[in-house]
Design a protein around this ligand. Structure first.
Ligand SMILES: *Cc1c(COP(=O)(O)O)cnc(C)c1O
Length: 408
């Protein structure tokens, strides 16, 4: 196991390398970029292209993959949420684009079910939106059977509503079609955060089919493009607004000739100024890397991947179940993660160390081991096979076993 994680650039920089048993988590680097995407990025860096032309090509590819009218590449799904909010707030109004995040005088509220609030909705607020959340936590607390009812969303819509925000998970409610139907009755767009909902590839088009006006995916998770990429897919007019608020706009009006149909320059009587999205630039390298990675993702045998993840998870669960004080089971991959995860209950009475102490010990290993810690409060660690190869899996199992041996 001495070679695991040792030969990499992080060790060269004397920064401890991480073996990723936690899945596609941004804070430890997301996923492994596809080699073909990495090679394409290297080639992209060697010459020049007009970024808007490259975005127009990406738009076509994203439209093809998702069934949406248009698409756009952002510097991550979170940036996609900010730009989607900016598009909902400003529409095609260049004056409004210029004023964001200041919104006095126009609709700036994004209605969200309370149970869809996440840390990522800071992105909506950064665009200038005010979030109006509706519903309760009854279901979570066990004080009621639903979290939000469709009428609660409908009643929150007013002249101040710019959009509805929705976070897609297999268990989110109400169903997306119900929400888009209410929104469209009131002529309000729905922005869907589906950052981690790939695979299956069918999800690329599913939320558009269910009426979403803009859908956001991360390019740095299962698509395995560059870490700092995301995809927005949706309505042409909203994607145009995103482009105008994101692209570098330092252009002389007399020679400004933006690519159609991404941008309908004839309709504009001026060149917009640098917009609210300008600090989230996307380079030619990232754009090319994402386009190539998306192609590969579409060609991939996802059924075979799912089988391999399942086998790996079962194997890990079987090994760890042999440790006294561990109880393991494997999820079915349709829950919080799109991959099956090994759930390990740690009984500190038997193992001599708690789940938290185990996680700390794994962090201190060299290379470090990061496991899933979202359920640490319940004495549970999780292991996700998405970012582990065979050697790394063996290393993770060995390190866990050694820590328990040392403690008991
Ligand atoms: C990962 C994630 C994001 C952020 O994606 P980035 O591409 O890292 O910006 C946003 N929302 C949800 C639900 C996510 O899981």
């Amino acid at each position: 196991m001495d070679t695991v994680g040792k030969a990499d650039i992080y060790e060269e920089l004397s920064v401890p390398a991480v073996i990723n048993a936690a899945g596609t988590k941004t804070r430890i680097g997301g996923s492994r970029i596809r080699s073909e995407a990495r090679d394409a990025m290297q080639r992209a860096g060697d010459s020049f292209v007009r970024i808007s032309d490259l975005q127009a090509k990406a738009s076509d590819r994203i439209a093809e993959a998702t069934g949406a009218e248009a698409g756009y590449v952002t510097s991550g799904a979170a940036a996609g949420l900010l730009l989607s909010a900016a598009a909902a707030l400003a529409g095609r109004d260049v004056h409004r684009m210029d004023r964001l995040p200041e919104t006095t005088g126009f609709a700036d509220e994004i209605v969200m079910p309370r149970t869809h609030r996440t840390g990522y909705d800071h992105a909506f607020r950064a665009a200038g939106a005010t979030i109006v959340d509706v519903g309760t936590n009854d279901k979570h607390l066990g004080t009621g059977s639903t979290a939000v009812e469709p009428w609660e969303i409908e009643r929150a819509i007013s002249d101040d509503t710019a959009a509805i925000g929705y976070v897609q998970k297999s268990y989110t409610e109400p169903p997306l079609e119900v929400v888009t139907s209410i929104a469209h009755d009131h002529d309000v767009p729905v922005i869907v955060d589906a950052a981690a909902e790939l695979p299956p590839t069918a999800n690329l088009s599913r939320f558009v089919d269910e009426g979403a006006d803009l859908v956001v995916f991360s390019g740095g998770k299962a698509i395995r493009g560059p870490q700092t990429t995301g995809i927005v897919a949706g309505r042409r007019d909203l994607v145009e607004s995103i482009a105008l608020q994101h692209l570098d706009m330092h252009a002389a009006a007399s020679v400004w000739d933006p690519p159609e149909p991404l941008i309908d320059g004839d309709r504009l009587d001026c060149v917009p100024r640098q917009g609210i999205g300008r600090p989230m630039k996307v380079g030619k390298e990232e754009l090319v890397g994402l386009i190539v990675a998306l192609d590969s993702f579409l060609d991939e045998d996802h059924a075979a991947n799912a089988r391999a993840w399942r086998q790996e998870a079962d194997r890990i669960a079987d090994h760890l179940a042999e440790i006294d004080g561990f109880r393991t089971h494997v999820t079915d991959g349709t829950d919080v993660s799109v991959a099956p995860e090994v759930v390990v209950h740690v009984d500190p009475g038997e193992t001599g160390l708690s789940a938290t102490e185990l996680v700390r010990a794994l962090h201190d290993d060299r290379p470090r081991v990061f496991v899933g810690t979202d359920r640490l409060d319940d004495g549970i660690v999780t292991i996700n096979p998405m970012c582990l190869d065979d050697d790394e899996t063996a290393y993770v199992v060995t390190r866990i076993t050694d820590h328990v041996d040392a403690a008991s």
